[in-house]
Design a binder for this molecule. Structure first.
Ligand code: 5GP
Length: 194
């Protein structure tokens, strides 16, 4: 997705050989026009999948997931990372190791919002080692819901998550795939023309 790649190049900051900061348009400040385009792109890539709901993770998955939900006309659920006084009953939970925070935390979704028979699209901002996506898949499995695919805004192709998920036979669609962050440079993976 050219608009996204342009944003990454002009506004992203390479923090190390493995971490990209995109606080200017995705992780802190949000660019609504870009999010709208991202939502349309996810919708185009999963329109034939009969998605019933989108599942994401707070907080940075919410903006792209909501725009995709708007395009597909389905509700969006975000797994919560923090304990909440109001989210106590009927919980589906999974352990997720955070690549950026290097800690394990519990993420939770109320069973009220994901049911057997749901056909979920999982969306997240980044794909690194795949832990966040696997946690959301675990939650879907607990609810006996299906995962029709995974939509990722930025995949770091040099980390193992994308391969691991595709090896499971899951359709993974990433809007930008980064091949390398070495030498302070973002290098994208060449993509087949769509
Ligand atoms: P994974 O679970 O695939 O190992 O890592 C994905 C999660 O870690 C995403 O939800 C994202 O929040 C965070 N993450 C991983 N790598 C990066 C990165 O390079 N930059 C940013 N901003 N977040 C990342």
């Amino acid at each position: 997705m050219d608009l996204l790649k342009e944003k990454i190049v002009t506004e992203g900051k390479v923090l190390s050989d493995s971490v990209l900061k995109v606080d200017a348009f995705l992780n802190h400040q949000v660019d609504p026009v870009l999010m709208q385009e991202i939502g349309k792109e996810f919708a185009n890539r999963f329109r034939d999948k009969k998605i019933t709901k989108i599942l994401t993770l707070e907080s940075s998955g919410i903006a792209p997931a909501t725009m995709a939900g708007l395009e597909l006309g389905v509700p969006v659920i975000f797994a919560r990372k923090r304990q909440s006084l109001t989210l106590t009953d009927n919980l589906l939970t999974a352990e997720v190791y955070s690549f950026t925070k290097q800690t394990t935390s519990k993420v939770s979704v109320s069973h009220d919002f994901i049911k057997e028979g749901d056909n979920l699209l999982v969306i997240d901002d980044f794909l690194a080692n795949g832990q966040a996506a696997l946690g959301l898949i675990d939650i879907a499995e607990q609810a006996k819901a299906d995962v029709a695919g995974i939509g990722i805004v930025i995949e770091k192709g040099f980390q193992e998550g994308g391969q691991a998920l595709r090896d499971k036979g899951i359709k993974v669609e990433s809007l930008a795939i980064i091949d390398s962050l070495e030498n302070n440079q973002v290098a994208f993976k060449e993509e087949a023309l769509r």
